[in-house]
Design a protein around this ligand. Sequence first.
Ligand SMILES: Cc1cc2nc3c(=O)[nH]c(=O)nc-3n(C[C@H](O)[C@H](O)[C@H](O)COP(=O)(O)O)c2cc1C
Length: 177
Amino acid sequence: MAKSVRRAVLGVTGSIAAYKAPLIARALIKKGVEVRCVLTPAAAQFVTPTTLATLTGHPVAQSIHDPALWSMAHLSLSSWADVVLIAPATADFVARLAQGRAEGVLDALVLSTKSPVVVCPAMDAEMWEHPATKANVAAIKRWGYKVLGPSKGELASGKVGWGRLVEPDEIVRFLLK
Ligand SMILES: Cc1cc2nc3c(=O)[nH]c(=O)nc-3n(C[C@H](O)[C@H](O)[C@H](O)COP(=O)(O)O)c2cc1C
């Protein structure tokens, strides 16, 4: 990335690969990056906010209307971040990005940020290869979002194909290069 990254928002969505999000957060922190995490409700089924809050030392934003969070967390975080990283990004989240949706805290954050957005998709190969997903990915690329991956390999279904989350080390290398 052109600009040096000192503050990163890590947005996590409801893919099985969300279990790798703590590894991404930890690797970024080890490189001196401050990390704030935002989870979709589905992501919280795969990785706990407690894990991410403990690793980052900060509350995890999960709901746009959470009174326990600071006021308008989506707007504060969108301007705070040097980069907004979505890893993993589900097919549904990519579709929502392509539609400019804002009902969830992560959706609203991406819509309001002026910082670079890096999207790391993770899904079954059939979902990745569907024309709807291809069109959604093409749309967000046109707007300047960087789409990193997915890679080819063993998927949660047991099949081998395109749809695997890019390895955490590679994501961190990309952000800090
Ligand atoms: C066990 C399990 C694993 C899933 N893994 C994925 C996945 O890797 N990629 C994906 O796009 N959706 C996956 N889904 C479906 C998403 O969780 C679902 O579409 C959800 O609505 C996504 O919500 P979000 O994008 O707001 O996080 C999975 C669902 C289940 C039950």
